[in-house]
Structure formats: C-alpha cells, structure tokens
Design a protein around this ligand. Structure first.
Ligand code: HEC
Length: 343
C-alpha cells in the first residue's frame, strides 16, 4: 500500500515537472526578437566605427553609409517595439511551483498516513520478525499505562509478554514482578523474573531459586527447563544442568537453543560429547539437520565422511564457501568426526 502511494507521488511529480524539465518553449516571436536584437547590436557597432573613422567629414561615402545604417537601426527598433514583450522567462516553466506543491502534499499525506491512519506503514520493508518486534516495542507504553491503571493480571501479563518479546527484559521483569505480587505461583512470571535476575551476580542466586520454583510448578514447560539448565550451569552444576537441558530437548524436539550448552556441559562433566549436537550447532545450517544438504553440499554418502584426517582438516581449515572451525578441538572434534563416520 505504502509503495502504491509512493509510486503515485513520484508519478505526479514527474508529470508536473515534465514541461519544466524540457527546454523552454520558443515562439516565432522569440526567434524574430533575437534576430532583431543581434542586428541592432551589429548596427550600433558599425555606426560607432563609421563615426570614429570620419571625424569632420560631413558629406561623401562615409556620411551616406552612416545615414543608411541609422535608417536601418530606426526600422529595427520600431519592429522590436511592435513585438510582444519577452515571454520565455515567464511562460517557460509554469509547472515548477505546482510540482513543488504536489511534492509537499505527497510528503504530508505519506507522513500523515504513517502516524495516523496506517501505522503499519512504519514497518514497510522490514523483515517480519523485526517488524513484529518494533510493533511490540511501540505498543509497550500503551500496555504499560493500561496495566498500571487497571492493575489487572491480564493487563500486567500482556505488558510483560510484549516487553519480553521486544527483548526489553528489565521492563518485562517489572511487569512480571507485579504479576507475582498478586499470584505468587505463576510459573511463567517466576522463571522470567528469575532469568532476568541471573544477570546480576548479587541477585543470581535468587534467580536460580525463582526458576527452581517455576520448574517445580510446571515441570513440563520447555522454557522452564531451558532456563533451569542454563542457571545450573552458571553455578557450576553441569550434571544437573545437563539433565534439565535433556528434558528441554525431549519437550521441544525442534528447539536448538540448548545445543551449545549441552555440548559445553558434556565437556565439563567429562561425559561423552554428543557429536550429533556439535553438528547441529555448527554445520546443520548449511549441510542440513540430516546431512541432506542446503546452502552447502549434501554430506550423506560423501566419501569425505570416511576419512577422519581429511574430515578434520576440512573442519579446521574450511573450504571454498565454508568457514573454518578452529575452535572445534579435542573432544568436540573427535565426537563430530565419529558421528559423521557413522552416517
Ligand atoms: C556456511 C556454510 C557451511 C557451514 C557452516 C559448513 N559447511 Fe561444510 N561445506 C560448505 C560448502 C559450500 C562446501 C563445498 C566446498 C567446496 O566444494 O569446496 C562444504 C563442504 C564440506 C565437506 C566436503 C564435502 C564433500 O563431499 O567433498 C565436508 C565434509 C563438510 N563441508 C563438513 C562440514 C562440517 C563437519 C561442518 C561443521 C563443523 C561444516 N561443513 C560447516 C558449507 C558449509
């Protein structure tokens, strides 16, 4: 819609500017006037020369020429007088003020529409996720006012959820804290306030406590298990953290938020590193979750998978169109190579 209006605006502008952009219109009178003016200058020059060259000479060929030139000059001046006054400057570019006016009106309509009738125009051209985030962020002040005014749980939750989605975690935790004042066992509010508290070293322990309570209240909520696993890791409890993250994966088979942490924790606990997860985290974006290919070539059936040393070299040094992964060393690389060798 916004594009249609913009195109229309540009079209109008071009249409109006068209005559002004082209050369100024030239009438036959204009041409004649130019000719006469040139002749007038020429005659005046000639006269000046003749008079300079014939000082004191009252008769003779010189005087005769002077008279002829003067008669011609009088004719030229008369004809010039009879022509209508010059028009080019006045009539050549009549559209300019009009075009500027149209441009102004188009700009006003666009801006006006932007902030009144069609607020969605503000997001035109943005990727959907970003647009949603912006829309959320711009709805926040309204939601906050409403929640503060009514104090109703539904309004507080709407405010908190919007702030969370806009990744404004401190604002979200303010909203969820007020939810908790009214409802101390709200699992979502507990884990989200807890997650926010983890950022502050002085409050992190409280954060873990909040998340623990949330998980006890709603053990089958994937977000709770994910935050719980993350929080436990912050306190060095990798074994328990791994358990929570595995629960998260069981509850949300399509979620890959935990892949990175699981591999880290596996290394810390000395448990065998899961090569499948190393692959999912580093390679699947190009080669597909199931090695079926995508931006990178299909790996299923590739001879490279059967040559551990060559495989390691590709991973560590990269290839054309494939980045290097020098950070994949030791257990992670071994687990990855082992996993790929079994495919
Ligand atoms: C950014 C995309 C991208 C990522 C991420 C990526 N690759 Fe690649 N990979 C490619 C491309 C493109 C090629 C083809 C390179 C060529 O032909 O020179 C390739 C080639 C390969 C090959 C050779 C395949 C053959 O049959 O010759 C292997 C093996 C491989 N990648 C493994 C991996 C592994 C393991 C990871 C993760 C650690 C990974 N890739 C991550 C894009 C990627």
């Amino acid at each position: 819609m916004i594009y249609a209006v913009l195109v229309l605006g540009i079209f109008m502008l071009v249409l109006l500017l068209w005559p002004a952009l082209g050369p100024a219109r030239v009438t036959p009178e204009d041409t004649r006037r130019t000719e006469l003016e040139e002749e007038r200058e020429q005659l005046l020059d000639n006269l000046r020369e003749l008079e300079a060259g014939s000082a004191g000479d009252a008769a003779g060929p010189h005087a005769e020429m002077v008279i002829r030139e003067k008669v011609r000059l009088a004719q030229v001046l008369q004809e010039l007088d009879a022509l209508p006054p010059a028009q080019a400057a006045r009539a050549g570019r009549p559209a300019l003020p009009l075009a500027l006016l149209a441009l102004g009106v188009t700009a006003l309509v666009t801006l006006g529409g932007l902030y009144t009738v069609f607020p969605q125009w503000r997001y035109a051209g943005l990727p959907t996720a970003e647009a949603a985030q912006l829309r959320n962020a711009s709805a926040l002040p309204g939601l906050e006012r409403r929640a503060t005014r009514t104090g109703a749980l539904a309004d507080l939750n709407a405010w908190g959820d919007a702030a969370w989605q806009a990744q404004n975690y401190s604002l979200a935790s303010r909203a969820y804290t007020q939810v908790l004042v009214q409802q101390r066992s709200d699992a979502k509010a507990l884990r989200r306030v807890g997650f926010f508290l983890l950022k502050d070293p002085k409050m992190a322990e409280n954060g873990l406590g909040f998340i623990q309570r949330s998980v006890a209240l709603a053990p089958r909520d994937p977000e709770g298990q994910l935050y719980y696993g993350y929080a436990l890791g912050l306190f060095g409890q990798y074994g328990a953290g791994l358990q929570a993250l595995n629960t998260y994966q069981a509850l949300a088979p399509d979620g890959h938020e935990a892949d990175d942490l699981i591999v880290q924790y596996q290394q810390k606990t000395g448990a065998g590193v899961d090569g499948r997860l190393v692959f999912a985290q580093n390679c699947a974006a190009c080669h597909g979750q199931n090695l079926e290919g995508g931006r990178g070539p299909k790996l299923l059936g590739s001879a490279a998978l059967r040559q551990p040393e060559a495989l390691k070299s590709i991973v560590l040094h990269g290839a054309t169109g494939m980045p290097a992964f020098p950070q994949l060393q030791g257990k992670q690389l071994d687990a990855l190579v082992k996993y790929l060798g079994q495919q």
